[in-house]
Ligand binder design. Sequence first.
Ligand code: HEC
Ligand code: HEC
Ligand code: HEC
Ligand code: HEC
Ligand code: HEC
Length: 446
Amino acid sequence: MRKLLPCLLILLAGSPVFAQHYVLIGWNDLGMHCSNQDFSTFVVLPPYNNIHAQAILVGDSLTLPQVVTAGLRVSYQIPGNTYSVGKTNFWDYAFQIFGATLAPNIGLTGNGLTGDLTKTENYFAVTGVPITPYTDADLLHEDPFQLGFLMLHDSVTGQIFTTAQPVVPVSNEINCVSSGCHATVQALLNQHDAEGGFDPANTPILCASCHSSNALGTPGKPGVPPLSEAIHKKHGEFTNDCYKCHPGPNTQCLRDVMKTQHGFTCQTCHGSVTQVGESISSGRIPWLQEPSCGATSCHGSKYAEEPGKLFRQSRGHGGLFCSACHGEPHAIVPSGNARDNVMNISLQGYAGTLNKCSVCHGYTPSGAGPHGLSQCCLGTRGNVNNTGIVDLSDLSALISYLTGGGYVLPCTEAANINGAGIVDLSDLSALVSYLTGGGYVLPSCV
Ligand code: HEC
Ligand code: HEC
Ligand code: HEC
Ligand code: HEC
Ligand code: HEC
């Protein structure tokens, strides 16, 4: 018995029946953070990244899943990126620019490249992670979409329950000179009016010290337009190319499903450069009033953010953030960048919205889930065999079903391609038209 007991304990410890099963989901708040690399002349944004996470205690047919923080701790790191000093000269100028005395590799909110997220309501968050787009292995080429590594621990024993790999996006591709627009940084500064006490020689210059910026929380000086208003209105006279300044021709920060599958550009959602600026003159609050999924011309109220909140602040099904299932703004999954898809592939086996109910529920509930949807028909119709995408195998399945070939429909609603009553030959024509480029647009399930 004495010999047997340790063996039994080991067996029990390894048994999934007794282990609590968690899912960890992490994401970045914005989909991209820009930062200057050089802080000696002028400064728009410091290295500053925000990572969020939610932990879910997986349910089963008797128990609902729970979003949990109690007794848990989430740690973060960016494998292959362990230091920032030298990859940028931020630390040489942090005091002059921000009045902050910072230890090397520690950012403006006291956080470094590794550490713990802080519990906040029903989620975990860390702000101001001073990551640069340069990995330790390559100091010359930007890697703007590095994978972070989050670990969910028992806060007492440190035991690791599970991990997640969200992208921690950052780019230095803020482009004034390399875009071919300004000859040198000094030439750019010399162009600024002397008004308001602007002195091109008194570097480093924090643009947001006079022009308010809600990204930095600076109030600006009275009578000076917010930075976003000044910059977009002035430059809208010369360009409508967002990638002249936002990252950028190399980075391609807009990589989400609306770009890759529906051809969206920045302007589709934000309007032109001039409109981004003019809308502020007309009362829009920069950074805090942005486009929304729920706008009536887009997805409508069923898929809306919480009233008065941005996408990144909103929560939906089960108290989960929109981003927990959909990814970050500008990187809504399935993303054109493979790294954005890593996390959901590891959770549910395929890229795209986290829509496999059993990931959190432990089984497939029959009740209505997110947005009132049930598991079997999600997104657009046409996924006859219920395996991820709509392709030729769905056509074979539908033909087999309709011609008495014995195919059993796993989800009748999904096979009801045109959404009209029953599954019949008109659904087959619709699917053929869609798959052969005949122009049929698959309607959504709901
Ligand atoms: C010392 C205060 C101060 C600082 C620092 C400052 N600005 Fe300005 N800026 C102003 C004032 C005042 C105006 C309005 C002047 C005017 O109406 O032409 C202005 C106007 C502008 C305009 C509009 C110019 C036009 O002709 O319409 C742009 C663009 C601009 N600033 C960009 C920047 C950038 C970029 C930086 C950082 C490199 C910066 N500013 C830093 C005070 C400042
Ligand atoms: C001339 C450079 C430049 C161009 C071109 C430009 N931006 Fe910006 N944009 C900036 C800068 C600088 C900021 C940061 C302002 C701040 O810190 O408040 C910014 C901030 C923003 C913001 C956040 C602030 C806000 O107003 O809500 C949005 C949204 C935005 N840009 C959208 C766009 C879009 C969309 C385009 C193309 C249609 C575009 N920008 C083109 C320089 C530019
Ligand atoms: C599908 C619509 C859509 C497209 C396309 C789009 N944006 Fe946005 N953008 C949004 C939404 C929604 C937000 C608010 C996100 C949030 O913070 O919750 C936003 C916010 C922003 C912000 C403020 C920071 C933030 O994330 O809140 C900037 C800057 C910005 N967008 C720039 C751009 C640029 C540059 C492009 C093109 C490269 C672009 N956007 C394309 C929808 C879009
Ligand atoms: C628990 C996961 C989950 C959460 C949380 C969630 N969604 Fe969804 N969402 C889904 C699923 C599943 C679909 C169906 C389409 C699919 O599978 O891609 C969907 C679809 C959508 C669509 C596309 C609708 C269409 O016309 O195809 C939008 C827009 C959307 N959600 C917005 C939001 C917003 C805004 C929030 C936060 C308030 C949110 N979602 C929260 C799971 C979620
Ligand atoms: C990312 C995790 C996650 C996914 C994916 C998910 N759920 Fe849930 N679900 C939850 C959580 C958390 C709750 C809240 C439990 C509670 O209220 O205590 C919940 C609650 C529910 C409930 C109870 C009623 C309610 O709305 O609170 C139903 C029914 C449900 N989910 C169905 C679904 C279906 C169907 C799907 C797949 C289409 C799905 N869920 C996908 C996490 C998830």
